[in-house]
Design a protein around this ligand. Structure first.
Ligand code: SAM
Ligand code: SF4
Ligand code: SF4
Length: 340
């Protein structure tokens, strides 16, 4: 398929550049801020297999998105490495014309077994979630009493496989702000960029409160006091993180400040849930059921038209609205459903 001549922009003049695909809603962790175990218990009804988009369906959609100029694909979940044969999906995405970059966001536990296979299939990067370097804190944040060792082994496996690595740490007051400096010290000089993510009000179950957010400003000040930093210009339009480099040359950190410094004006992301719903914002209430179109026999040109009309109508800027004090939607999709 050839790229369409037009550059599609939404109501706020934002092009569509990145596609985030959730491939599964299940996870081996129960992070308190994402899938609290009190809600996601043993009897929680996850999606039956036949509701998940098949690899063929995902590939068909990625080809259409590539026509619109999407170049970056992020595979997420739930825990994406729990989707059987994920490497087969990666190798097929790699072959699609126009796709320049494929990344996976993962808690890394299954990377020991899969990193080499994923790299061989064409995976470029991994974003690994790790919220603490001390076991006592990490066992609490992941809700499953898992120590840091399996994650650190996963990071090592990714490094050995030659994957580019970023580490994501969600910071929440009362949970793990004690780990900001220990995490910065641990990853400084390793080549893996540590990114601090402000605790967000995604979903309906994580009990989000504004006073539990540790701001980008507080985090930078804390690290800068011990390990001096200077700001780095954004590498490209739509980069989510603001980056800082250590003045001593020992690498960079990133800050994802969805709450205290919204970046909606450059949001070029479109999201696909594991059951094939299309979302134009992380904080949307509902998505468009594109799986229904696929399974009802829609042609490629019908799918192109559907996606075009959804993107053209897009006005989402939830984080800007939140900062302006607008009330949040009554129902929001869960992070484990749509992926980060
Ligand atoms: N299971 C994988 C993982 O944790 O890397 C992928 C899915 S997870 C939903 C994607 C990202 O969302 C992770 O980096 C996670 O820390 C982040 N996340 C989940 N809930 C969040 C919240 N309430 N606020 C900020 N980030 C959150
Ligand atoms: Fe699982 Fe990732 Fe959510 Fe943690 S953040 S519960 S690892 S999906
Ligand atoms: Fe994009 Fe929505 Fe997040 Fe704003 S709130 S950056 S529009 S996903």
């Amino acid at each position: 398929m050839v790229k369409l001549a037009e550059t599609l922009v939404d109501q706020l003049q934002r092009p569509m550049k990145d596609l985030r695909i959730s491939v599964i809603d299940k996870c081996n962790f129960r992070c308190t801020y994402c899938m609290p175990k009190e809600i996601f218990g043993d009897d929680y009804a996850f999606m039956p297999k036949d509701q998940l988009l098949s690899f063929d369906e995902i590939i068909r959609l990625v080809k259409v998105f590539a026509q619109f100029g999407v170049e970056k694909i992020r595979i997420t979940g739930g825990e994406p490495l729990m989707r059987k044969d994920l490497h087969l999906l990666i190798s097929q995405i790699k072959e699609i014309e126009g796709i320049k970059d494929i990344a996976v966001t993962t808690n890394a536990v299954f990377l020991v077994r899969q990193a080499a296979k994923l790299k061989e299939a064409g995976l470029d990067r991994v974003n690994i979630s790790l919220d603490a370097i001390e076991d006592d804190v990490f066992k609490e944040t992941n809700g499953r009493g898992i120590k840091t060792a399996p994650v650190l082994k996963g990071i090592e496996a990714a490094r050995k496989a030659g994957l580019n690595i970023k580490i994501n740490m969600v910071v929440k007051k009362g949970m793990n702000e004690s780990q900001i400096l220990p995490m910065a010290r641990y990853f400084k000089g390793t080549g893996a960029r540590l990114r601090f993510i402000e605790f967000m009000d995604v979903g309906n179950h994580n009990g989000w409160k504004m006073n539990e957010v540790v701001s980008k400003k507080e985090i930078v000040e804390k690290i800068n006091a011990e390990m001096p930093l200077e700001p780095v210009d954004p590498a490209y339009f739509g980069e989510v993180a603001s980056n800082y480099r250590y003045i001593d040359g020992e690498g960079e950190i990133g800050l994802i400040s969805s709450v205290t410094d919204a970046f909606c004006s450059s949001c070029t992301r479109v999201r696909l849930s594991a059951d094939g719903k299309l979302f134009t914002c992380l904080f949307a209430s509902d998505g468009y059921d594109i799986r229904k179109n696929l399974r009802d026999g829609a042609s490629d040109s019908q799918i192109v038209e559907t996606i075009r009309s959804i993107w053209i109508g897009r006005k989402d800027q939830y984080s800007v609205d939140r900062a302006a004090g607008k009330p949040s939607p009554k129902k929001k999709i869960e992070m484990s459903y749509i992926g980060g």
